[in-house]
Design a protein around this ligand. Structure first.
Ligand SMILES: NC(=O)c1ccc[n+]([C@@H]2O[C@H](COP(=O)([O-])OP(=O)(O)OC[C@H]3O[C@@H](n4cnc5c(N)ncnc54)[C@H](OP(=O)(O)O)[C@@H]3O)[C@@H](O)[C@H]2O)c1
Length: 344
């Protein structure tokens, strides 16, 4: 076993509002040796996801906060480089909750093995992984679009939104995507086949969204909140469904939120139009949905009906900057860190 150093990125301080680079710290450690029942993993690709912002805060949530000084949480595609676990061989490629690091030990028997012959392994972090399952579950279990209905989703060029729109099209619905800037909007229509794309940065965004939804909105897949919810709310049809997947516009809010109070208008619409609003976290969907998800979306990727875009950043040390940028829309597609790691 090499004695060369491993690297990890820890939470240095809890951010107030937008995270800063100083809220993260790169640390070096010795590469550990696996004990009985353990594998040593070398991270190839680290996923950066919006939920990680929530873990940086010490407030009540569906998952405990990362302690100050603790490794930033995250999922990776990793290689087993040493093993004392009977279920894994050296060279296996697995999906694992490694956190932001180059190497880690795992004693879990439930690492998901990835077969590069089936799909590029990075898809396990995006379209064929947690974000993809979020899109699939939220749309199929809660949104339930019918042919001819209108589905609206924001953050639509990312791994969740892009699959929501494409699955809506496959269900025979009209897909309207919301994204930041003309390049992302063009991608939604030209590469992903959305029927319309609306730039939320446009000064007349609400009017453009209304124009793009002449028959109103039947499924509003909520990824963002804030001004996007405000623009979509008056367009919701009777019996509309709103799966609430994420609220990224609010993740950096420091508590002094001066955005308008939409509660009365929201509750009035829910009551008067019999709207169903339901929040969810992807893992609550029945595990029975996961195999059909992999089969269906995997087949769609293989035959070209489902497309995805990945945005790579090189080097673990670049993860904080890339993560901060994602919260402001600087990523274009599923954000992945190619962990620079020549060690074996
Ligand atoms: N419930 C669950 O289990 C679950 C699981 C995974 C993800 N999610 C949620 O799904 C959403 C999308 O996640 P993702 O992984 O696919 O991320 P992503 O789309 O790759 O990245 C986040 C995107 O959010 C958009 N955004 C940021 N601030 C915004 C604002 N104020 N207004 C409008 N758009 C804004 C940006 O895109 P633009 O440049 O287009 O604005 C940014 O690129 C997030 O809210 C996330 O928390 C939920």
């Amino acid at each position: 076993m090499s004695t060369t150093q491993a690297q990890k990125i820890v939470l240095a301080a809890r951010p107030l509002g937008k995270p800063r680079l100083a809220d993260f710290r790169l640390e070096e450690t010795t590469i550990p040796a696996p004990g009985p029942g353990q594998v040593l993993l070398r991270v190839q690709y680290l996923s950066l996801d919006p939920y990680m912002r929530g873990r940086m805060d010490d407030r009540e949530s569906y998952a405990p906060p990362t302690p100050v000084g603790g490794v930033m949480p995250g999922e990776s595609v990793a290689t087993v480089i040493a093993t004392r676990h009977p279920g894994y061989s050296k060279g296996d490629t697995v999906l694992a909750g490694t956190g932001w690091c180059t190497h880690t030990l795992s004693d879990r028997g439930d690492l998901r093995k990835l077969d590069p012959a089936v799909a590029p392994v990075t898809t396990g972090l995006g379209v064929l992984g947690m974000p993809g399952f979020t899109a699939y579950g939220g749309l199929r279990v809660i949104g339930k679009p019918a042919p001819g209905e209108t589905v609206v989703v924001a953050a639509a060029s990312g791994p969740v939104g892009s699959l929501v729109g494409q699955l809506a099209k496959i269900a025979g619905a009209t897909a309207v995507g919301i994204a930041g800037g003309p390049e992302k909007c063009a991608f939604l229509k030209d590469a992903l086949g959305f029927d319309a794309a609306v730039d939320h940065k446009a000064v007349d965004f609400a009017a453009r969204l209304k124009e793009a939804c002449p028959k109103g909105i039947d499924v509003y897949y909520e990824n963002v909140g804030g001004a996007v919810w405000q623009a979509g709310l008056p367009l919701l049809n009777e019996f509309a469904r709103a799966p609430v997947s994420g609220l990224i516009a609010h993740y950096n809010a420091s508590g002094l939120d001066d955005s308008p109070n939409l509660l009365p208008a929201t509750m009035r619409a829910i009551l008067s139009k019999s709207i169903m609003v339901r929040g969810f976290i992807n893992y609550e969907f029945d595990a029975a949905h996961f195999a059909p998800f992999l089969r269906e979306v995997g087949a769609g990727i293989a035959d070209g009906r489902i497309r995805y875009r990945e945005d790579f950043v090189d080097g673990l040390e670049k993860a904080p900057e890339a993560f901060i940028g994602m919260l402001e829309g600087r990523n274009f597609g599923k954000l992945i860190v190619r962990v620079d790691n020549p060690l074996e």
